[in-house]
Design a protein around this ligand. Sequence first.
Ligand code: KIV
Length: 265
Amino acid sequence: MPHVTTASLMQMKQQGEKIAVLTSYDASFTIRLEEAGVEVILVGDTLGMVIQGQESTLPVGVDEMVYHTRCVARARRNALLITDMPFMSYSSPGQALATAGRLMKEGGTQMVKLEGGAIQLETVRQLTGNGIPVCAHLGLLPQSVHRLGGYRVQGRDEASAHIMREDAMALEVAGAQMLVLECIPAALAGEISRSLSIPVIGIGAGPDCDGQVLVLYDMLGITSGSLPRFTHNFLEHACSVTAAIAAYVKAVKAVSFPAEEHCYK
Ligand code: KIV
């Protein structure tokens, strides 16, 4: 796989080639992801849940994100590496710059991800103005789980769908170079993806996004407890971890994943 960059991802979007994204938190899985052709690796703050056994992503700290980013960065060769900025580590543009600076300089990440719409515009401008690529995240915002009243589908009524469309456009104008849409109706995600020029990556957002992301441990069937309908166990019918990840990449490229049963209306 050639080096993946923000420019090559834009080109994939323009050419209609779907982008395969997965989370990773360590070196060994990162090697498997690259072997299987995953183009973008996300050190997600879901590590709080799947690695640390926390109930949500909220307790995760910057030091922990730096540590796991460093583990992944050591093994990464060609995929683009993104790291989540954890809860309360970007509540002002100044704090966001300090956090993102650590994730890039100490962790070796290439892009940072933050959750939220209009409230993050100034932060996105500051980060991108300082040479830090940003991936935005709209829809279900796991760091706002308590404000949202649980992990629920977002954007189902016209008022919230309208705000999401406006936020997505404003984030692109502010300089975001990628957008994650989580747990929203497939039709709305398709509309937003078509309206933006940056790649839009969906999780529980239907097949019309420019790419898909899943939590690695969910798609390998490792995560215990009940899982959201948008995930799928790719290891169930595969003979190895690499084969399962390759099956995911193939399904994303062929647009056979997500299927109707993984989507919301
Ligand atoms: O933290 C994470 O793993 C994420 C993905 C679910 C998109 O943000």
